[in-house]
Design a protein around this ligand. Structure first.
Ligand SMILES: [Zn+2]
Ligand SMILES: [Zn+2]
Length: 138
């Protein structure tokens, strides 16, 4: 295997995964769908090539979180694990907080900050995008 290898999984341990290669589009997403899906104020993501991502243990559940995308999560403990657009199955987004080493990948910006919860105070100096990135990703 070439490059970095990242492992992660859910809270209860039923679902495990491995991602490799170079992640991209590392971001904090403040959209309402991420918020409700996770029960958290925002969700941090990185994108991998789908071919470089594999579930190594267990069978995740799948939920169509909108008409354009679906998410994988643990059917036992509920941890959110991945996000994928129907139109771009060649990419899989992974929740950074489910990594065994969540500090290994650092987000570079915030997206959907028009949905940011008022009591969140950000001082990380990262670029903020009111909606998705200008590139149109998520
Ligand atoms: Zn679990
Ligand atoms: Zn989101």
């Amino acid at each position: 295997m070439v490059g970095n290898v990242y492992t992660g999984g859910c809270l209860c341990g039923r679902i495990r995964y491995r991602a490799s290669g170079k992640p991209s589009d590392e971001t904090h997403c403040h959209c309402e769908i991420c918020r409700r899906a996770s029960g958290a104020a925002f969700v941090s993501w990185a994108t991998f090539k789908a071919a470089d991502f594999v579930f190594t243990k267990g069978e995740p559940a799948r939920f169509d979180s909108s008409e354009i995308a679906f998410r994988h999560f643990c059917p036992n403990c509920g941890t959110q694990l991945t996000f994928q657009f129907h139109k771009s199955p060649q990419f899989t987004d992974v929740t950074l907080a489910s990594l065994d080493d969540p500090g290994a990948i650092t987000p570079v910006d915030h997206i959907w900050t028009n949905r940011q919860i008022p009591w969140i105070r950000l001082a990380d100096g990262l670029p903020r995008h009111v909606e998705s990135r200008p590139s149109g990703d998520e």
